[in-house]
Design a protein around this ligand. Structure first.
Ligand SMILES: Nc1ncnc2c1ncn2[C@@H]1O[C@H](COP(=O)(O)OP(=O)(O)OP(=O)(O)O)[C@@H](O)[C@H]1O
Ligand SMILES: CC(=O)N[C@H]1[C@@H]2OC[C@@H](O2)[C@@H](O)[C@@H]1O[C@H](C)C(=O)O
Length: 374
C-alpha cells in the first residue's frame, strides 16, 4: 500500500485462516526522494509524457517489489510461502463523478509479480466505479470483519483512518456506512512542506498547537460543498490541494504560519466530528498516520466529548498497517471470487469481485488444502 500522503510503502504479511486476520510482520519503506518528487509532481500538475508515465509505473513497482522482498527476507520466507500480493498502487487521480468515472492507481503488476515471483492482484477500484460506485472507500467491509466482536458492546462503533484523506466506517447499526470525511493530513502536510520542504509533517502537531485557530478561515474552509454532501462520497488531492488552500488563504494574508496550521488541524477535526454528530456517542477507533498527531486527537476529543477515542493499536490492530492489511484481505476476496465492495458504502449498483489477477506459471503456493483458506 502507498497512500495519498506519499510518505512511502507499507507492506503487511497477513494470515487469514478460517475468517481470522492476523498481522505476522510488517515493514515501512520511505519513497526514494526522486520517485516521491516525480509522483507528487504528477499529482500536482496532472500532466506527464507517456514515456515518463510508463517508466514511473515501473520504478514504483520495483520499489514495491523491493519492499516485499525485504519483508520476506526478514521472515526467511520465499515467494512460494505467499499466496498472493494485494497491491493498491499509487492513486494519482480519483474522479468518481462526471461522464467517464475512473480512479487511477499507478502500478505495473507484471513487474511486481516478476520481481517477487508472487501472483499479484491489483486495480481494486475500477469495477466498483464501472458499476456506478465511488470506488472508495473500500476498507469498511474489512473493518467490519475485523471489529465485529466489539459491535454489541458499544452504542456506536466507528473506525477512523486519518491518512492524507480521512475516512470513517460506521460499524454500528445497519447498513454499514463509510465515506471520506475530507482532508486528513494532506492540507497540513502541504502547508508545512511549502514552508520547509525537508519537513514532511508536523510532528505530534507541535507547531499547530502553537497557533490560534482563525474562526473565519475555518468557516470559509468548511463552506466547501464537499462537507455538506451525503454519503456515498469520496475525495482526494484533486480537490483538497495547494490551489484549494491558496484560494482560501487569499483573504487572510496576515495570518501566521502556525495560525494557518492550527486552523487546518481544526478543519480536519471539525469535518470528522461533524460526520458523527448524528450518532449517539460510542467508541471511535483511530488508525493511519494522523493517529500519532496528539494535538489533532485532542481537538477531535474536545469536539466529541462523550466519545471514547482509542487507537486501533490498543485494540489489537496496528494502525500503521490497517490499509495494507485491507488490501491483503481484498486480494483474498478476489482469489475466492467473493465480492470486495459493499454497494451501500460506495453506491455501486451491486456487490462484485474486485481486482485484476496477474498470475505466474511458476508461482506455487505451498499451502495445502487445509491451509488453502489462508
Ligand atoms: N508522529 C506524527 N505526528 C503527526 N503526524 C504524523 C505522525 N506520523 C505520521 N503523521 C501523518 O500521517 C501521514 C501519513 O499517514 P498515512 O500513512 O496513514 O497516510 P496515507 O496512507 O498515505 O493516506 P491515505 O489513507 O489518505 O491513503 C503523514 O503524512 C503525516 O501527516
Ligand atoms: C482513491 C483513493 O486512493 N482513496 C483513498 C484515500 O485514502 C483514504 C481515503 O482516501 C480512502 O477513501 C481511500 O483509501 C482507502 C484504503 C479505502 O479505499 O478505503
Amino acid at each position: 500500500m502507498s497512500g495519498t500522503s506519499l510518505d512511502g510503502i507499507d507492506v503487511a504479511l497477513v494470515a487469514m485462516p478460517n475468517n481470522t486476520i492476523s498481522l505476522l510482520g510488517a515493514l515501512e519503506m520511505p519513497f526514494e526522494p526522486k520517485l516521491r518528487r516525480d509522483i507528487l509532481a504528477l499529482c500536482q500538475t496532472q500532466t506527464i509524457a507517456l514515456r515518463d508515465f510508463g517508466q514511473i509505473c515501473v520504478r514504483l513497482s520495483l520499489a514495491y517489489a523491493k519492499a516485499v522482498n525485504q519483508l520476506l527476507a526478514q521472515h526467511q520466507l520465499n515467494g512460494n510461502d505467499i499466496c498472493a500480493i494485494g497491491c493498491h498502487g499509487q492513486t494519482v487521480y480519483h474522479l468518481p463523478g462526471g461522464p467517464y468515472p475512473f480512479s487511477m492507481q499507478l502500478i505495473n503488476a507484471s513487474v511486481l509479480a516478476a520481481e517477487t515471483g508472487i501472483t499479484t492482484i491489483s486495480d481494486f477500484r475500477s469495477m466498483d466505479l464501472a458499476l456506478g460506485g465511488q470506488g472508495a472507500p473500500l476498507v469498511p467491509p474489512f473493518h467490519q470483519q475485523l471489529f465485529e466482536h466489539l459491535q454489541q458492546q458499544y452504542s456506536a462503533l466507528v473506525l477512523l483512518n486519518i491518512g492524507g484523506i480521512a475516512n470513517v466506517s460506521i460499524l454500528s447499526g445497519q447498513p454499514l456506512v463509510g465515506f471520506d470525511t475530507g482532508p486528513g493530513n494532506v492540507l497540513m502536510d502541504l502547508w508545512l512542506q511549502q514552508q520547509n520542504p525537508e519537513q514532511l509533517f508536523d510532528h505530534n502537531g507541535e507547531l499547530a498547537a502553537k497557533g490560534q485557530v482563525c474562526d473565519a478561515l475555518l468557516a470559509d474552509c468548511l463552506a466547501d460543498p464537499y462537507f455538506a454532501l451525503t454519503a456515498p462520497k469520496s475525495t482526494g488531492r484533486e480537490l483538497f490541494n495547494f490551489d484549494w488552500l491558496q484560494q482560501k488563504l487569499i483573504h487572510y494574508p496576515a495570518l501566521s504560519f502556525e495560525d494557518v496550521l492550527a486552523t487546518l488541524s481544526q478543519l480536519t477535526a471539525t469535518s470528522i466530528s461533524q460526520s458523527l454528530t448524528h450518532l449517539s456517542p460510542g467508541l471511535l477507533l483511530v488508525c493511519g498516520g494522523g493517529a500519532k498527531n496528539s494535538h489533532l486527537l485532542h481537538n477531535i476529543q474536545a469536539l466529541l466529548p462523550n466519545w471514547q477515542i482509542e487507537l486501533t493499536t490498543n485494540f489489537g490492530v496496528d494502525g500503521d498497517f490497517m490499509e495494507a492489511m485491507a488490501f491483503a484481505w481484498l486480494a483474498k476476496r478476489c482469489r475466492e471470487r467473493q465480492n470486495g465492495n459493499d454497494m451501500l458504502v460506495t453506491g455501486a449498483s451491486r456487490n462484485e469481485i474486485l481486482g485484476q489477477i496477474c498470475q505466474l506459471k511458476h508461482h506455487q503456493w505451498q499451502g495445502d488444502l487445509t491451509k488453502d483458506q489462508q
